[in-house]
Design a binder for this molecule. Structure first.
Ligand code: DC
Length: 217
């Protein structure tokens, strides 16, 4: 019997729980998880460390041509080096959001993402998966939660990690990133018409994971 191949697209604003949920669904269904936000973060990190301006330039094209991004066993590799923690700082979050508005960055990463989602079952999360990267995905979800709830989750996460956090500041950053991500000209954050919206404000992670796995199985 040939194995059924299916793709699951999960889009939504930052902090809605996309990656936690996608990771758990992938594990339960035994399929690959591709965190496309981590790819924009890796490019943002490299632009910061090479001192590149957040605009199109020959230096940026050069840099993209010599950049490799990969995933292996839950690790994110940038040019062969694990960058899991380096890409999670507030500075890199901002750089990821800024560089994701650039056409050269998007075309490089979308091409890579399509290759990764080709000929095997995957769950991919991001902002433009259902509308652009995997337009023909068999399952599409748009995961949301109120900005206040998303800020509170991130704030608690930072405190648990022993990092300093100011709730009002976290909320302001989330609102700013929502605005950036949904108003940029190229493939902005948008719900695909056929995507099912899941509001996770009053749901636990397990409830959302169960819901998606029940639909797919
Ligand atoms: O999901 P995240 O917070 O790790 O994403 C980081 C940034 O990357 C986010 O601000 C928007 C951008 N992004 C994007 O433009 N398209 C995607 N498919 C995924 C992320």
């Amino acid at each position: 019997m040939t194995e059924r191949i299916f793709r699951i697209a999960i889009d939504g604003p930052s902090g809605a729980g996309k990656s936690t949920i996608a990771k758990a669904v992938a594990k339960r269904l035994g399929i690959d998880y591709i965190d496309t936000g981590a790819m924009y973060r890796a490019i943002g990190l490299k632009m910061l460390s090479e001192g590149l301006a957040m605009e199109e330039s020959d230096a940026l094209s050069d840099m993209l041509a010599r950049t490799e991004i990969d995933f292996d066993r839950g690790n994110v590799f940038l040019d062969g080096k694990i960058v899991n923690d380096l890409i999670r700082t507030p500075e890199v979050s901002k750089a990821a959001s800024d560089c994701s508005a650039l056409g050269s960055v998007r075309s490089k990463l979308v091409e890579l993402q399509r290759k990764m989602g080709h000929s095997k079952s995957v769950i991919m999360d991001g902002r433009d998966i259902g509308t652009n990267v995997l337009k023909d995905a068999e399952y599409k979800y748009f995961l949301t939660a109120t900005a206040e709830e998303r800020a509170l989750r991130r704030h608690k996460e930072m405190l648990e990690k022993g990092q300093e956090s100011d709730l009002a500041q976290v909320l302001a950053q989330i609102v700013e990133r929502d605005h950036n991500d949904s108003t940029r000209a190229l493939n902005p954050l948008r719900k695909a018409e056929e995507a099912e919206e899941i509001d996770s404000t009053h749901m636990t992670i397990d409830q959302v994971v169960d819901y998606i796995c029940d639909k797919v199985q």
